[in-house]
Design a protein around this ligand. Structure first.
Ligand code: SF4
Ligand code: SF4
Length: 388
């Protein structure tokens, strides 16, 4: 069992300082650590709203854009995926991170909140539990949560950064996950070293390949549905993800030929203009053009498949959100008008311990300008491109 503790504000696991380069590359530090103004979610929202997008040919108000595509309102469909963000602690500090995760972020879901999540899960028909972070494996209750979900017959996803699997307390984790049939969804910006290290830091690519080898060795990435290894890629720059299926073939061939490693599928995601990617856009002078690109690339065919329609997101402290991006922007779910009682009382902050699936099904999804990141091009969600 991994024990994560705090020491001088820095994450430690079993004597290993997560802040050290050995634990993982850190091309930057968290906005929070730097006391950047953009560490405030409201400041991020204000920055996006302050952009003048009036000259883009289409409406730059997301709700107006939805309405023009025939969606007068954005409402949830059937809840299929219960996503739990178990904390912001991470052994890395990538430039594009939308969570502002890092070794200095000690926000971590505790056991009581995990149990409240499980009780909420039992009230739903969600078939999948998607466990994310930070590096979710660093939460000391990660294995408990996985076991509980598996025993309930749920499909479980571990959103893994690959390098975490090389930490000494994680040596047994690939086999442990394989025994439970957990799908491992691993972030890797590119199948070439240069692009990956540019975004995630020097040495990340080699560590990622070594972690893939360990996953392959226990049966992941070889076509077994009980050992599914998914790679997740996002563009290294201010452009949209593209051509998921074509990229998948290219990556499979490239990784096998050059490194002898395999995976089952590739999903591509657009970078959301929030948190550290927002900072990067601003510093590199790309913010205005990237937002224009997102607005111009609005694709009405992606709306029905937006992840906020079939997913609910729970934060480390048990609050409820329409998606992980809204969670990072502190845009909590909206209570249905006039609702009272659990998760409905006026002024009450929606919390997983008050979970009420009927009320949640009636809500309107909270949107803002960042949502254009999900509807641009082929669309983008935690499951990859929306339009295949
Ligand atoms: S992008 Fe992933 S691996 Fe990188 S700092 Fe954020 S949570 Fe950690
Ligand atoms: S960010 Fe994307 S998933 Fe989240 S509410 Fe907006 S459109 Fe939906």
């Amino acid at each position: 069992m991994v024990e994560a503790t705090q020491q001088s504000g820095v994450g430690m696991i079993e004597g290993l300082d997560l802040d050290s380069p050995i634990a993982g590359a850190k091309p930057t530090t968290s906005l929070m650590r730097r006391r950047s103004p953009l560490s405030s979610p409201q400041a991020q929202l204000d920055r996006l709203e302050s952009l003048d997008l009036a000259h883009t040919p289409q409406a730059s108000d997301f709700l107006e854009r939805l309405a023009s595509a025939g969606w007068e309102t954005l409402r949830p469909a059937k809840l299929e995926i219960f996503q739990i963000n178990v904390g912001k602690l991470c052994n890395m500090a990538c430039r594009h991170c939308h969570v502002d995760a890092g070794p200095d972020r000690h926000e971590m879901m505790d056991r009581d909140t995990i149990d409240a999540c499980l009780q909420a899960l039992d009230q739903t028909e969600a078939h999948t539990v998607d466990i994310t972070g930070g590096a979710p494996e660093l939460n000391p209750h990660f294995r408990y949560l996985v076991d509980q979900c598996v025993s309930r017959g749920k499909q479980v996803i571990d959103r893994c950064n690959l390098t975490v699997l090389l930490l000494p307390p994680m040596q047994d984790l690939p086999e442990w996950l394989a025994e439970r049939g957990v799908e491992v969804v691993c972030s890797l910006p590119h199948y070439r070293k240069f692009n990956t290290d540019a975004q995630r830091g020097e040495g990340t690519f080699e560590k990622s390949i070594e972690a893939m080898r360990r996953l392959n060795a226990v049966g992941y990435g070889k076509g077994d549905p009980q050992r599914r290894l998914t790679l997740m890629s996002n563009p290294v720059g201010a452009f949209l993800a593209s051509g998921q299926s074509k990229m998948e073939q290219e990556w499979q061939a490239g990784l096998m030929k050059n490194f002898g490693v395999s995976f089952d599928r590739l999903i591509t995601l657009n970078n959301m203009p929030i948190s550290r990617f927002l900072e990067w856009l601003e510093q590199s002078g790309n913010l205005q053009t990237y937002m224009e690109l997102l607005v111009r690339s609005f694709n009405p065919a992606t709306v029905s498949g937006l992840m906020c329609r079939n997913t609910l997101s729970v934060s480390w402290d048990g609050r409820l959100f329409d998606c992980d991006f809204n969670q990072m922007l502190d845009l909590e779910i909206q209570q249905p008008t006039g609702a009272t009682g659990a998760t409905g009382a006026t002024g009450e902050r929606p919390h997983v311990r008050d979970f009420n699936p009927k009320l949640l099904a009636q809500r309107h999804i909270v949107t803002a300008r960042h949502c254009f990141g999900c509807t641009a091009g082929a669309g983008s969600s935690c499951g990859g491109a929306i339009e295949q």
